[in-house]
Design a binder for this molecule. Structure first.
Ligand code: F7E
Length: 346
């Protein structure tokens, strides 16, 4: 990008939800690409960074997804070239406990920021972080044209965010697109998601700090990719000539049971599964101790089906291929938990 007097200027990116998992990786990616990165945060930080903490790769800018005027001022001030909307509640079960908040942020929040962009920076490019939860369950891998139907307040609010992005693209001609992200994980994933829950518990069991891990539906199938990879797809989408939506997935189905086996295996523990349904358990093959059992209270209703994506279009049009395999991702998360917990115990 060039300024009026011909001096080369850095591109400017604005990220909402910058303090979450994806925000961390996206800000880091954009900073490495030479962008000036601005991260929307709601509150002033209460403490300064401790010596070992990494400095964020972005400058903080204060605004709130509930407050339209704050988003307008922030966009007017930054004049971003690219806006990445990652803000929102992301835990599906929590969206049942906070359905109204979920709708305010995950649905109307998208509308507020799109309106702010339309009024204050219509030339900017906009990416909505959409989700596989907008699709009707299907035995077939889900693609950009798959039928949409939601099962929970999270998915329903995200579906609004998805469609309003399409509406603003088609009716106002904004460069606005949605990355339809399937489950994506990293060492920075919250402990409430099943991948980090399994990894952290496996490490605690390995270190003798926990006896048993309780899980819900072991047969649930997910398409787990890497958050670090998926933010690269987001960036690629905003570098295209035309705004288009893309499924961002690996195309590989894995059950929760497989994830747990891989996580324990990364620590040298091989699991033997036995029993069925609520009575299923996993024992340490060497010691015979039960390490995993099912807790029916952790099942979700309505019962979920397989959620797997078809990443063909992103590979073909964006040249996007994930760098992590399923096993390298599991190992990365487990190793990170192992070093963090070993450090804490020192
Ligand atoms: O569940 C099953 C659970 O909570 C994955 C978010 O990023 O991805 C994420 O949503 C699966 C589900 O993620 C436990 O029933 C079994 O089938 O890690 P999760 P999620 O709900 O799929 C989508 C694409 C998003 O957009 C969301 O924002 O694992 N499961 N046992 C369990 N899940 C949890 N959390 N805990 C269990 O004990």
């Amino acid at each position: 990008m060039k300024s009026g007097c011909g001096v080369s200027m850095k591109k400017r990116a604005l990220i909402t939800g910058v303090e979450g998992q994806d925000g961390y990786y996206l800000a880091r990616l954009l900073a490495r690409k030479g962008y000036e990165v601005f991260g929307v945060v709601r509150k002033k930080a209460r403490r300064s960074l401790s010596g070992s903490e990494e400095a964020p790769a972005y400058e903080r800018i204060y605004a709130d997804m509930m407050e339209f005027s704050s988003l307008c001022s922030c966009i007017r001030e930054i004049r971003p070239d690219e806006i990445y909307n990652l803000a929102g509640l992301s835990e599906v079960p929590l969206s049942w406990k906070q359905p109204i908040f979920t709708a305010h942020v995950n649905a109307l929040g998208v509308l507020r920021i799109l309106e702010a962009m339309r009024l204050c920076a219509p030339e900017a490019r906009f990416l909505q972080s959409s989700t596989s939860e907008i699709f009707a369950p299907s035995a077939q891998p889900l693609h950009e044209g798959s039928a949409m139907a939601t099962r929970n307040p999270y998915g329903t609010a995200k579906l609004y965010g998805h469609w309003i992005t399409t509406n603003y693209r088609e009716s106002y001609g904004l460069f606005a697109c949605a990355a339809i992200l399937f489950n994506h994980e990293s060492p920075r994933r919250g402990i409430e998601f099943v991948t980090r829950k399994i990894s952290a518990a496996a490490v605690r069991i390995y270190l003798g700090r926990q006896k048993v891990l309780e899980l819900g539906n072991l047969d649930a199938v997910r398409d787990w990719g890497s958050a670090e990879d998926y933010v690269r797809a987001m960036w690629l989408m905003l570098q295209q000539e035309r705004p288009e939506d893309f499924v961002v997935a690996t195309g590989e189905p894995h059950t929760v049971r497989e994830f747990a086996s891989a996580a324990f295996h990364a620590l040298g523990i091989d699991l033997a599964w036995e029993g069925e349904g609520f009575a299923e358990t996993a024992r340490d093959q060497r010691t015979g101790e039960v390490l995993i059992r099912v807790n029916p209270a952790l099942y979700r209703f309505p019962k979920e089906d397989v959620i797997v994506g078809n990443p063909a279009r992103a590979a073909r049009k964006l040249g996007f291929l994930p760098a992590h395999s399923f096993h390298s991702l599991v190992e990365e998360i487990v190793k990170s938990d192992l070093s963090a917990l070993s450090e804490d115990l020192r």
